[in-house]
Design a protein around this ligand. Structure first.
Ligand code: ITT
Length: 197
């Protein structure tokens, strides 16, 4: 009988990507929408690793099941790595993706193209009840445009062009994005670990 794996994210964009990345594993995937409602985890760590582990431990504990979670964000060199671990709340609680993107463009208004380098970072964490967490990292290097392009994906995708591409993450198909994305890289490694268990 397949074991159950909680996919611990409340972000619908991540839910779609993790469904693709974890498809076909011998685990019965359960999203938070398929489970009894629980409070949001507290994400007060200073690093992607700390927050990913907190989320996976929290959801594993809530349901007494194995759980995966991801903590991720965009690090912009000209902003000393901001928004970083604060990417989700960069424009305040309850702000939209469009508001966060507008705030990022305003912060970079005077930054020329050659200094608009950035990277997405993802830490994927897996926790089984009673076992230590297992984490995997992935990064995607690229640069930030002067205006959004494309409606695929979520978050900062319309502003981010991965290195070696001319299209943004918002213009690439979900599968094309996964080939080069931070989340694709982290979860392909985690997938290998899950297959080895
Ligand atoms: P969960 O904690 O419920 O998973 P969240 O959106 O709060 O959802 P994070 O704390 O990891 O997740 O915040 C990550 C933010 O970084 C996310 O809300 C986006 O704004 C941004 N981000 C992360 N990965 C991204 C991606 O692939 N494309 C665009 N933006 C991304």
């Amino acid at each position: 009988m397949p074991k159950t794996l909680v996919v611990g994210t409340g972000n619908p964009g991540k839910v779609r990507e993790l469904a693709l990345l974890l498809d076909g594993l011998p685990w019965n995937l359960k999203g938070l929408a398929d489970l009894p409602p629980v409070d949001d985890p507290i994400e007060d760590g200073d690093t992607f690793e700390a927050n990913a582990i907190k989320k996976a431990l929290y959801f594993s504990g809530c349901f007494n099941l194995a759980a995966v979670a991801d903590d991720s964000g965009l690090m912009v060199d000209a902003l000393d790595g901001a928004p970083g671990v604060h990417s989700a709340r960069y424009a305040g609680d309850g702000a939209s993706d469009a508001e966060r993107n507008a705030k990022l463009l305003a912060a970079l208004a005077n930054v020329p193209e050659e200094r608009r380098t950035a990277r997405f970072v993802c830490c994927a964490a897996f926790v089984r009840p009673g076992e230590p967490p297992h984490i995997e990292m992935g990064t995607a290097e690229g640069h930030i445009l002067f205006a959004p392009r494309g409606h695929a994906g979520f978050g900062y995708d319309p502003l981010f062009v991965p290195i070696g591409h001319s299209l943004t993450f918002g213009e690439l198909s979900p599968r094309e994005k996964m080939v080069v994305s931070h989340r694709g890289k982290a979860f392909r490694k985690l997938r290998g670990y899950l297959e080895s268990l």
